[in-house]
Design a protein around this ligand. Sequence first.
Ligand code: ADP
Ligand code: MG
Length: 193
Amino acid sequence: MDTALALTWLRTAAAAVELHQQELTDLDTAIGDGDHGANLRRGFAAVLPAVEGLDSAGAVLTKAGTTLISKVGGASGPLYGKALRAMGAALTAGAPFADALDAALAAVQQLGGAAPGDKTMVDAWAPAAAAYRRTGSYTDAATAAEQGALATTPLQARKGRASYLGPRSTGHQDPGATSTALLFRALADAGPR
Ligand code: ADP
Ligand code: MG
């Protein structure tokens, strides 16, 4: 990933969050507190000016992560923030993009303690990172993230606010897994075919 792609990814992601804000809010209203769309919108609106002029993909993603941590109050801000910072650090260290995605997933799991199947953003990150490692395709990663997000619907939440609902958390798609799928689709839209 070069600097231009990192910047285009974040701009595309910000636009996708804007476009899907209501959907994210509705999902989070069903099994959370209804702030996920607003949280991400506020976060990405702050990210875009913060990363202008940075001159490497690693620096861009690191700064984006730091900005999300400082601007987003909900659980998702620190989780996405740590994920992007881990990606940025990996890229700065010269790691290939597949390793950067794994580092992001590891950061989310270290902070949040969620495993696949707990009905969180991990359920989209994990298949997306695995698909990218298999094929090197952003499009395959996005498709895997979308399938992972869809597959959260029947699950009972074991982490985060939705877990307070117990069995009543079933039957709704997880908001964070849904926004993770948006971020990977934004990467596929931004990146080379
Ligand atoms: P909050 O739950 O604080 O209101 P958001 O609504 O912005 O924060 O984000 C909720 C999303 O965050 C959930 O749908 C879930 O995907 C994700 N999430 C919450 N807790 C965890 C966790 N411990 N590990 C991974 N993801 C989590
Ligand atoms: Mg919420």
